[in-house]
Each structure stands twice: as structure tokens, then as C-alpha cells.
Design a protein around this ligand. Sequence first.
Ligand code: NAI
Ligand code: MG
Length: 500
Amino acid sequence: MAPPTVSLSFPHGGKSSFSGGLFINNEFVAAGDGKTFAVVNPSDGKEIAQVAEASAKDVDVAVKAARKAFNESWGLNVPGFKRGQLLIKLAELIEANLEEIAAIESLDNGKAFSIAKGFDITEVAANIRYYAGWADKNHGKVIEVDSSKLHIQRQEPMGVCGQIIPWNFPALMFAWKIGPALAMGNTIVLKTAEQTPLSALKMCELIKEAGFPPGVVNVISGFGPVAGAAIANHMDIDKVAFTGSTLVGRNILKAAASSNLKKVTLELGGKSPNIIFADADLDQAISWSAFGIMFNHGQCCCAGSRVYVEESIYEKFMAKFDEKIKSIQVGNPFEGNTFQGPQVSQLQYDRIMAYIDSGKKEGATLRTGGIRHGQEGYFIEPTVFTDVNPDSKIGREEIFGPVVVVHKFKDNADLIKKANDSVYGLAAAVFSRDVTRALDTANKLQAGTVWVNCYNQLNPQVPFGGFKQSGIGRELGEAALASYSQSKSIHVNLHAPNPM
Ligand code: NAI
Ligand code: MG
């Protein structure tokens, strides 16, 4: 049976057509049982394509392909510089197809086309290129102990890596996952999010064109409880990397514990504090704070969803912040000035609206937004709450939408306690002109990333990941290489005496 074909027409003109199959062994194939599922455009809720739906059996086929490739045509069989060359070729092909991949991403996810093009897909290429550079710089170490032995430490690939990604940055999460894994010589079985499978499928065409051997990268579309769980429970997957909800993150750890103790890295939720001191540059703080929560429609694990403003500037800050939030252009992702498109799905729309309702019921002040935008699709007006009880649902839980809660604070001690009062610890930000105050605060915050006088800055060179329940391990930078390799120590006897 032939797999489905995806044929898209973009609202701003142009078309794209590619396979909707499972990408296994460099071929697009139908699911073993022939099942497919619908892909929806969140701007109008209408179906735009069908793609193959992987079962546990299909996961198994993909794992076998990945294992064979690891043993025969990848990993330590291929010199690092060769792996690097293939990654560079892939980065070049992504750049050559930038407009098309960005349009696919925008149609499937709902993010603004201009942002998909200028940020998401541009960063996909930058990440792949960055890890291409590491592929032949995996040098290992010689460790001095005494002259009787030579001690060599080398970093070897893990083997077959299972990777499960979310829908908020479909293409970029794909790149964050495959870049370091391939640079270190692993093979991959990656599951895209069921809401947004399309951009990865287009990139699989390019993976084949770049010349990666069959079986090195295998990508499947499918649902979490079936295909995702099959990856997490598989006995022949050596490592699983997951980005998504904290709830599912726990399931992944449990599955690893009760199967083969595969290594686990997790990048989970957040409720990140964004702190504005009275001495901050007010316009700068307002601009970055609005961007900090509203970028990607609030669907960022590191979103600055709890803003803390020093009491003496609170009224002034709020007046300008409201104005800024109201000026955000919500609408058709393919229109030039759109900043915010629809939420990704009906389910996410409903979840966010339920949070907004609970905020109103629990007595918070709704300053702006709080309602649907337009007549169709999953659009929500950018929403600001104040007078929020820190123990209420909107005060504590990740909303993952265009909804921010703003608090006041009195002094530093009060602030740090409040800011760190969360089960999460993914990110934080501090706005101040006083470098000592900013850095003292940054040092005290329990977060894997702290931005000073900016927000949402992510660079391939700089590690990213969570403290506390926001995750395990780090992505990006040199740190990610450790997540995709294992250390082997070799003791070589030169003239140690015989032991007995
Ligand atoms: P989710 O955690 O269910 O989905 C993320 C990925 O995990 C998807 O590929 C999904 O198919 C897979 N998955 C789901 N259940 C699984 C299972 N039992 N075993 C293995 N894989 C499984 O997240 P969902 O439902 O899409 O969003 C819910 C909330 O999660 C959001 O409102 C947000 O708070 C958070 N989230 C956080 C993200 C982040 O970047 N850290 C990204 C997406 C969601
Ligand atoms: Mg979609």
C-alpha cells in the first residue's frame, strides 16, 4: 500500500507536496496496518492532509532499521568529519528550502510565517550547522594517575536514540534533537507531535538528499500513548529524549525504569518568573516582557508567565504594559504584520480558556483579553491578570497560552522567595540597570536559564534545560553532547606489577 501524499496550498501563494508516510530506512512507507490520521490547520480547524499513523509494530520496524544502521553504517563506522559533512549538507538544503519549510510550519502550527522563516527554520539550519562543527571534535582525554598505566577516556555514541518532540516548535525541536545525536554518531527513531507532523516530513526528504545512510534517521508520525509509549518502553532503544508536559515526562521515566533502564533526558514545563526592578529601563522591560510571554502565542516552555514588578513602578509599568499587550497583532499567520496566530489545537484552546475562567472565578483581575479572537480557528486575545493569588491555578500552573499574571513585590528577600516558589525551574529574567543587583538576583534564582535585560534568547552554543521539575539534562551547546554519548574508560597497563 502506498503512503498518503501531503499536498498543501499556502494562503500567500505557492504549493508544496511531499510524502505523508513513515520515514524508515530512507523510504516513506505506509503504516503496517494502513492507518492514517488528519492534520488540521489551526487557523480554521479544517483538515489539510492525512499522514501515516505509526503503531507499536511500526516503531519496532524503525528501531530495527536504526540498530542495523548503527552497527553497520553509522556510529564508530563513520569518521566524525564525514558525519559533520552530512550535517552541513543538510543545513544547506534546509536553507535552500527555507521559505517552503516555513510555510509548511506556519500552516500546520499556526505561527506567523514571517517568524517561522526568520526564527524557527533559520535556527533549524543554525543548530544543525553548529552540531556539524562538533562531529569531529569529540577528542576524549588522557587522564594522568601514575606512570604505570595509561588511562584513556573516550565518549562513544549511545546507540539507538528515541526522540519524542512537541508541537510548539515542531521543526526547531526536531533540529535540537537530531543535531547532537547525529554528531555523536547515534541513530534515531523520532516521533513528531500528532498536532504538527508536516515540517519534519519535508525535512526527511532533505535528509535522504543530503546522503545520510538508510536507517540513520527514522521519523514517524503518530500518537503519544501508542507510538510514543512504544518508544519509551522499547527494549532496544538505548536512550530517550523527550520534550513536552511534565505529566508525560514522568511516564517516560517510569517506562525507562520498567523496561531496559534506557538513559532519559527530559525538557518539561515551566512557570518562569520575570522580574522588573524599579531602576530598569522601562520601555526595554515592557517590550521584552510582552515578548517573553506572548512569543509563539505563549506556547513556550520558558515563557515569562509570572511577571514581578517592584511596587514603586507598578502603576506606571502596568499602564504601559496593558497598552503594549493590546497592540499585539493577532490574526492570519500569513499576513505580514501578524505576531500571534491561533493556538495549536482545539484542545489547547479549551485548556487555556478553562484557565482564564478559573482566574476569573478565583477572583483575579482580568485587565485585558480573556476572550476568543475572531469567529473561527483557535485564536485567543492576549490576556493579562493582576491581583492573582499565588496559590490559585493560574498562579501556579503552566497555562501554555497568551496569558500572563503580574504581581508586585516589596523588597529583594520577599521577591526571591516568591520567584522560587514553584515546582518548576526552567527559566527566569531580571530587568535592572544595576549589574550587581541583576547578577545577585540571577545567582539566587532556581532556574536553568536566567536572562538579564532580555527574554527568550536561545542560541545553539548555550545550554538549555531545567532545574527542579522542569527537566533532566541539558540541550544545546557542548552540554548536549554528553546527553548523546557515554564515557568509556580504558586502563592500559604499561608496567604495573602483577597483582598476585
Ligand atoms: P504531551 O506531553 O502530551 O505531548 C508531547 C509529546 O509527547 C507528543 O509527541 C506526544 O505525542 C507525546 N506523548 C504523549 N503521551 C505520551 C506517552 N504516554 N508516552 C510517550 N509519548 C507521549 O503534551 P500536550 O498534551 O501536547 O500538551 C500539554 C501541555 O504540556 C501543554 O499545555 C504544556 O503545558 C506542556 N507542553 C510543554 C512543552 C515544552 O516545550 N516543554 C511542549 C508541549 C507541551
Ligand atoms: Mg496542525
